[in-house]
Design a protein around this ligand. Structure first.
Ligand SMILES: Nc1ncnc2c1ncn2[C@@H]1O[C@H](COP(=O)(O)OP(=O)(O)O)[C@@H](O)[C@H]1O
Ligand SMILES: [Mg+2]
Length: 336
């Protein structure tokens, strides 16, 4: 498994235990935090449910955390489900009709909501009612069921896959960006305190720098270096231990893991633009993982570029892997 991929069950437990309990504990993303705080306060003053919220951004940046904080800010609780988990219309109908007034319905991976369910959600969001078909086919009957005014919080790693009409039904759309190192240091220091381990500042910096802007990644690294410190019978995680831990995880100074380097090597070896499908097959990863998790960081680091014909490795990728760039063939620009 890719180290920074979707959480496994133990991660989920760990995520939960370290999840900020209040907006004050939520580090960074100030603009988003402020926007949400204002919207929540205004909604509460009016005695209305909060507008529907769409949270977009790569995995591990705090979308689920924010969904819980929104519910907490509204003084309510949250019903959690996800696009892939909602199979048949009756699943969603049940969930919707059971909602209490002002409750938050969190749908994770909302871009994977089956199309047949979108209509349902539309009418629940706007008309506070859904039409449930009793017997399908011509002349089939349906009943109209009421839905309490609620707030839908949707999270997606792929905003582009949502239809425009769906997106336009969210009054609040926020996009989470990767965190600067300073924010990740704070998150790490706070987490270390919660776990009762001593983390030295330069060790925190080192871990933060290699977390590709992602809190979940920072926390996973912390977990591994904590293990290492423990078996080495060290009472604090110092920079030496952190570096050894990172080396053992084979996470380099840009936060790249073996799979990222494998991807770069594959592109370089090909020496030409490679399409998404082919590239996914070459490195034996799912296309989604490639697009959602691997590529954004490599693009940000300037190690790959997207061209109309596919992905290419840049000169920086050669340098990063310690390879020399091939000489461009005459009349051809390198990596154009
Ligand atoms: N801004 C933040 N401040 C503190 N911890 C954070 C922040 N964002 C995320 N985390 C932590 O990182 C982990 C992953 O966050 P999560 O909300 O599950 O991400 P997502 O839902 O976007 O994949 C959780 O343990 C969470 O507590
Ligand atoms: Mg999540």
């Amino acid at each position: 498994m890719v180290f920074h991929e979707q959480p496994d069950p133990t991660d989920r437990e760990f995520d939960r235990s370290l999840r900020p309990a209040t907006f004050q504990e939520f580090v960074g993303q100030e603009q988003i935090r402020d926007n949400l705080a204002i919207a929540i306060r205004a909604a509460r003053e009016r005695g209305e449910p909060l507008d529907h919220v769409l949270l977009c951004g790569p995995p591990g940046l705090g979308k689920t955390t924010l969904a819980h904080l929104i519910a907490q800010g509204m003084g309510t609780d949250v019903v959690v489900t996800s696009g892939p988990a909602l199979g048949a219309p009756k699943d969603l109908a049940g969930t919707l009709t059971r909602l209490r007034r002002d409750q938050v319905l969190f749908i994770d991976e909302i871009h994977r909501l089956p199309k047949a369910l979108e209509e349902y959600l539309y009418s629940a969001m706007e008309d506070h009612a859904i039409d449930v078909v009793l017997d399908p086919g011509p002349g089939g009957r349906s009943v109209r069921l009421g839905v309490q005014p609620f707030t839908l919080v949707g999270a997606t790693t792929r905003e582009g896959l949502l239809t425009a009409p769906f997106r336009s039904r969210f009054g609040i759309v926020e996009r989470l960006e990767p965190y600067p190192t300073g924010d990740l240091e704070q998150i790490l220091i706070r987490a270390a305190r919660r776990l009762s381990v001593a983390l030295e500042p330069d060790a925190a910096t080192l871990c933060a720098e290699r977390s590709r802007g992602t809190p979940r990644m920072s926390l996973r690294i912390l977990r591994r270096v904590r293990d290492l410190a423990q078996v080495k019978q060290k009472t604090t995680i110092d920079a030496v231990t952190a570096r050894e831990g990172l080396d053992r995880l084979r996470i380099d100074h840009l936060g790249l893991e073996e799979v990222d380097r494998k991807l770069l090597r594959a592109l370089i070896q090909r020496g030409d633009a490679v399409g998404l499908k082919t590239l996914a097959a070459m490195i034996d990863e799912a296309e989604d993982t490639l697009e959602d998790v691997l590529e954004p960081h490599l693009l940000r680091c300037g190690l790959i570029a997207r061209t109309p014909r596919g992905r290419v490795a840049t000169a920086a990728a050669h340098t990063h892997l310690g390879l020399t760039e091939p000489r461009p063939r005459t009349g051809e620009l390198p990596f154009a």
